[in-house]
Write a protein that binds this ligand. Structure first.
Ligand code: AMO
Length: 428
């Protein structure tokens, strides 16, 4: 059993242990030195005495961020800050860190974001950055658990595809032997095909690619999409599923990670469903009452979204979007064909989910290809699945990085992306 820093409290005083990690800091006297060792769970002070260590001289010159393995005796009555230290009787150097470091891990001097991303391997050693991805992992686990408890099938659809999902623009093209192919923008068409296959409730977590040129704090060119599609469901049904799965996953994560979460967002423990709803048309009325000049059919600017967000504490839905602003597969509203049975879930001023009830009648779908100026031949593989028995269905797509960014109050979606892909960045 490996021992981690956060296990030390549970162990007995004077117990003999071995622990591994990075040399975060050293403080040296002549025959005595202190090493702050860091692992993925925290830091602990190592006391290294010349008398106890055959390789003391070597250890004395150890560089910051080198990797070591320490065996010694646990002292739980230490005068160090944490009250715990390890008196080393053996320190093995597993890997030397070169100097100077490209950037520090705990240094107070701040480096610019590009330097951080260029040296992401070391930037992620900062506990506060590691925490973002612990949070993401727990959150996603909670969503998966919720879906699993509700009999969803987790599926994996292709990312190299022949047709555009979300309309013609924003596609990364690639050569696929003799053919032209694209990186998929969304599993949309495939998750719908699986509904015709009788899979009933599917969900997928996978990469989605968008060749959007916008270089903003909320746009990535590759992001992680959590997608859901359900047979015999409408827009209201999948909105409930969305709010309930999010509340479940957030509560579970807050319970597991505790105070760490509060440091980023103190109000996360208060998130409750159902989330408030406002229609697109009500949003326009509200915004125009605040001095905006928005007409039916306009999308909302970032400034308008900020004003609207002030009306709500947390998550809220904007429902009933105009057909002109939604993709071809969106079900029109039977009471007003200019509108659709669609929604966005907002968190603060940022859209984190889009969803809708879908068209399931292939004649209606064909009509929509025409309206949207799409070539129906490109979608033959998709349309075919609608001709031989397609249930009514609905679903949504949720951007994982945007969700984490907003829940933890981060100012840039790149902070919640391990290795971001944006307009100018393709490495690391
Ligand atoms: P949409 O295109 O709105 O809908 O995408 C769904 C969600 O994915 C996230 N997202 C992004 N995140 C980071 N960078 C981007 N460039 C980016 N683009 C989208 C957002 C967004 O809300 N097929 C539909 C979903 C559906 O109806 O099921 C779709 O892809 O969080």
């Amino acid at each position: 059993m490996r021992i981690y820093v956060n296990n030390l409290n549970e162990l007995g005083d004077n117990e003999k242990i071995t622990i591994n990690g990075w040399v975060q800091e050293t403080r040296k006297m002549k025959n005595l030195m202190f090493i702050i060792l860091r692992d993925s769970t925290g830091t602990v002070q190592i006391t290294a005495k010349k008398d106890n260590l055959g390789n003391y001289n070597e250890i004395y010159d150890i560089t910051r961020e080198s990797v070591i393995s320490v065996s010694g005796i646990l002292n739980k009555k230490s005068v160090s800050k944490s009250g715990i230290e390890i008196n080393a009787d053996k320190i093995e150097i597993l890997s030397y860190a070169a100097t100077p470091l490209p950037m520090g891990v705990i240094d107070r001097v701040s480096v610019d974001f590009d330097t951080r991303l260029n040296n992401r391997f070391i930037d992620l050693r900062k506990p506060e950055n590691l925490f973002i991805f612990k949070f993401e992992s727990e959150l996603l686990f909670g969503i998966r658990e919720y879906m699993n408890n509700n009999n969803f099938l987790e599926v994996h659809t292709p990312k190299t595809v022949a047709a555009a999902t979300e309309g013609g623009a924003d596609l990364f093209r690639l050569k696929y032997f003799e053919k032209n192919a694209y990186l998929n923008q969304s599993p949309q068409l495939y998750k719908e095909i699986l509904i015709s296959s009788g899979f009933d409730k599917v969900f997928e977590v996978g990469p989605a690619f968008r060749a959007e040129k916008e270089n903003t704090v909320r746009h990535l060119n590759e992001f992680t999409s959590i997608d859901v599609e359900i047979a015999f469901a409408d827009d209201n049904y999948v909105m409930s599923l969305l709010e309930n799965s999010l509340v479940y996953a957030i509560n579970r994560t807050v319970k597991k990670l505790g105070d760490g979460v509060s440091e980023y967002n103190g109000s996360l423990k208060d998130v409750k469903s159902p989330f408030p709803r406002i229609t697109y048309e009500e949003s326009i009325d509200y915004l125009n009452s605040k001095g905006f000049k928005i007409s039916f059919g306009d999308d909302f600017s970032p400034e308008a979204m900020k004003t609207l967000a002030d009306k709500f504490d947390n998550f809220y839905f904007i429902t009933g979007w105009p057909a002109d602003l939604r993709p071809f597969y969106t079900m029109p509203d039977e009471n007003n064909p200019k509108l659709t049975r669609s929604f966005d879930l907002q968190l603060n001023d940022i859209e984190i989910t889009s969803g809708a009830q879908r068209i399931h009648d292939y004649r209606m779908l064909e009509q929509n290809f025409l309206i949207k100026g799409l070539n129906k031949n490109d979608f033959e593989f998709y349309e075919k699945a609608f001709k031989y028995g397609m249930p009514p269905h609905a679903g949504w797509g949720l951007g994982l990085e945007r969700l984490v960014m907003n829940l933890l109050h981060l100012s840039n979606v790149r902070e919640s992306t391990l290795f971001p892909r944006d307009r100018t960045r393709l490495s690391p």
